[in-house]
Write a protein that binds this ligand. Structure first.
Ligand code: R5P
Length: 308
């Protein structure tokens, strides 16, 4: 049985359609005092339950709704509950890189397990190590095949392209995509100045006269992306495309993308974006990939071929 929280109903419907099952019935309401209320409107007894919820803004509401849905499913005698979290927002808080802070990626993993999740299915964690914060099994999907296919079909003259990591954390991702597309890589030495501002301290690799394919786990305020575009233009890149697993697009993101000389920005539908539209935005569908993973988990089949 497939259920959805409120964060990304179109993706949940897409997954259910690909599986050929109806989306399960549940309601979420808000009390006058701002507390949430969740109720399933069908029996879950002995069912294999998959709850789809991306941790998109408002993140705290969506997280609590997910925890409540897991808890309610367990106490309704579900046989097994899988939390399907296409976008695990707190994965960026994955280390103690300043004094007196919370490693919230681990805290949220603890909450999900405490609420009763038997397993987790997710995609492109900010850092792969977040996987290890869970004691229950985690299936960690990759959007790389979908992104590689987007670049291969959308970019003319692909043999003249270079895959670009916009910061050091993306180098392994860039190497993997570059190998798949048989392309070289370049990388930008990014310095984060604040939550929304970043600066480029230099570029390593040859981009002059080339088509640059920027790849990152997520685009949030597009600060990282636009500093990468500036550095690439200064170093002579001829055209620039970008692709992300998670298109969060908050704050100044769309303005920045619109003003930047970037040709196109693609992101998968792990996050739903309802803001101002832009001709530069493309959406890539990962619904079939999640559906395939859910089918295999349900049948007890191997999922590992979907990880690369
Ligand atoms: C950070 O290290 C991530 O990989 C992304 O580069 C970052 O989350 C993007 O955020 P923004 O779009 O706000 O620069």
């Amino acid at each position: 049985m497939i259920f959805s929280g409120q964060s990304n109903l179109p993706l949940a419907e897409e997954i259910a359609e690909n599986l050929g099952v109806p989306l399960g019935k549940s309601v979420t309401e808000r009390f006058a005092n701002d507390c949430l209320f969740v109720r399933y409107e069908q029996s879950l007894r002995e069912g294999d339950i998959f709850i789809i919820q991306s941790l998109t803004p408002p993140v705290q509401d969506h997280l609590v709704e997910l925890l409540m849905m897991i808890d309610a499913a367990k106490s309704s005698s579900a046989a097994r509950v899988t939390a399907v979290i296409p976008y695990y927002a707190y994965a960026r808080s994955d280390k103690k890189d300043a004094p007196r802070i919370s490693i919230t990626a681990r805290l949220v993993a603890d909450l999900i397990q405490t609420s009763g999740a038997d397993r987790v299915l997710t995609m492109t964690l900010h850092s792969a190590q977040v996987h290890g914060f869970f004691k229950v099994p985690v299936d960690h999907l990759s959007a790389e095949p979908v992104i590689a296919n987007y670049f291969a079909t959308r970019v003319d003259n692909l043999e003249n392209a270079v895959v670009v990591a916009p910061d050091a954390g993306d180098i392994k991702r860039a190497i993997s995509l570059a190998r798949r597309l048989a392309l070289p890589i370049a990388f930008i030495d990014k310095q984060r100045l604040s939550d929304t501002e970043v600066a480029s301290r230099g570029l390593v690799g040859e981009v002059k006269g080339k088509v640059a394919l920027v790849i990152d786990d997520e685009v949030s305020t597009a600060g990282t992306l636009t500093q990468a575009v500036d550095a690439l233009r200064q170093n002579g890149a001829q055209a620039i495309y970008a692709a992300f697993t998670h298109g969060v697009y908050v704050g100044p993101a769309i303005d920045r993308i619109e003003k930047s000389p970037i040709v196109e920005v693609a992101a998968t539908n792990t996050c739903i974006y309802n803001g101002r539209s832009s001709d530069k935005l493309q959406t890539l569908n990962v619904g079939p990939l999640f559906a395939e993973a859910i089918w295999r988990i349900h049948r007890g089949e191997s999922v590992s071929s979907l990880f690369t």
